[in-house]
Design a protein around this ligand. Structure first.
Ligand code: OSB
Ligand code: MG
Length: 377
């Protein structure tokens, strides 16, 4: 049983080692919203909200998430006992519509706090089975094709098991072909369009079929399922959805409509672990392989993704790069690392999120802090 006594919101700045460009914008500095959930026994655990700085991936940002958490979400659950973390999802959905990333930060925190209180790993309470998870890398749009091929080669040599390249209209076939030629036909390559195409681009998208991609992620609008279904019928390359699936029902719709053959599950995008696990289970039943996406998280958010990716239908390498890919130094100890053959260890032996958070550093980096406490009873 978990009953929150308080939640501390903190915003920190963390510079990416290299800017990350997708079709709809570039990120240099991450503004990261961290939550510290404190149980009535005084034991606490950390979580992270994966919303971005600007609404270029989804409508949420860390500012909207801060507001939703403070005004509606935390007040709906604080001081209330929850028998099981899977009960939190419906309480949050009654409190507010939308705001899945804000909800997920809180809901996932309950799972990790439960794990910590029970002396169990997060992967354990979620029902994970894998000792290690396979890592892929997500490479942003680069200023030149040579630079992209260099980054892809470094990634392959570092052991990554999948290389995903951000694309946009006109910035697709040539860079992807250069990487395919540079890495050879055995490399597992994928493309992610972040919703930048329309059905008018059908000819350009069909041309990508000759490159032997493992998948093309979210080619069309982030709210669309119907046009993806039309597109999939004329593409050889499997479509993987990301933005378009933000709930269990949308995953069901994707399956019924055949809008794609693979699903990227980001627990933040779908409102938390309860929904993420339900989507995982439903996809397994439907024969749809899933993999865990990333949102340039710090080592705290990464801990949650690694735990989720330990479930058995996570059958393709996730965007689960180790800390060094993003940060000069991460805010967790130990930092996340990857073996020379692209595997990340799931910290089964450590209760809670599985890494220690450098509290002094977080407090030093905090640009704003707000504590929301239960009313004394
Ligand atoms: O579409 O998967 C995406 C980062 C920010 C927003 C959207 C996406 C991404 C990534 C990065 O691809 C994956 C990572 O965290 O390494
Ligand atoms: Mg994506």
């Amino acid at each position: 049983m978990v009953e929150l006594r308080s939640v501390v919101l903190r915003e920190i700045d963390l510079s990416l080692r290299r800017p990350f460009r997708i079709s709809s914008g570039v990120t240099r500095e991450r503004r990261i919203l961290l939550l510290e959930l404190v149980d009535r026994s005084g034991i606490s655990e950390w979580s992270e909200c994966v919303a971005g700085e600007s609404p270029n991936y989804s409508p949420e940002t860390i500012d909207t998430a801060w507001l939703a958490l403070r005004l509606w979400l935390i007040p709906a659950v604080i001081g209330r006992p929850f028998e099981h973390p899977s009960d939190v999802d419906s309480a949050l959905n009654r409190a507010a519509r939308g705001h899945p990333m804000a909800k997920a930060a809180l809901e996932m925190g309950y799972w990790a706090l439960t794990a910590r209180l029970q002396g169990e790993s997060l992967a354990g309470v979620l029902g994970g089975t894998r000792a290690t998870v396979e890592a892929g890398i997500s490479l942003g749009i680069e200023e030149s094709t040579d630079r992209l091929v260099e980054e892809a080669t470094l990634a392959r040599d570092a052991g990554y098991r999948k290389i995903k390249i951000k694309i946009a209209p006109q910035l697709d076939h040539a860079p992807l072909r250069a990487v395919r030629e540079g890495l050879g036909n055995d490399a597992r390559l994928a493309a992610d369009a972040n919703a930048s195409y329309t059905l008018d681009d059908l000819r350009d998208l069909r041309k990508l079929d000759e490159l032997g991609l493992l998948m093309i992620e979210q080619p069309l609008d982030g709210r669309d399922l119907l046009r993806h279904s039309v597109l999939q019928k004329s593409l050889e390359t499997p479509i993987c959805l990301d933005e378009s699936v933000d709930s269990v029902d949308r995953a069901e719709d994707m399956i019924v409509l055949s809008s794609g053959k693979i699903l990227n599950i980001k627990p933040g995008r779908v409102g938390g672990f309860t929904a993420a696990v339900a989507i995982h289970d439903r996809c397994r039943e439907a024969g749809i392989p899933v993999w865990c996406g990333g949102m340039l998280e710090s080592g705290i958010g990464r801990a949650y993704n690694i735990a989720l990716a330990s479930l058995d239908n996570f059958r393709l390498p996730g965007d689960l790069s180790p800390s060094r890919r993003y940060w000069e130094s991460d805010i967790v100890d130990p930092e996340w690392t990857m073996s020379a053959d692209g595997l990340v260890d799931v910290p089964w032996a450590i209760p809670g999120i599985g890494v220690r958070v450098d509290r002094e550093r977080v407090e030093r980096l905090a640009r704003r802090t707000e504590e929301i406490a239960a009313r004394p009873t």
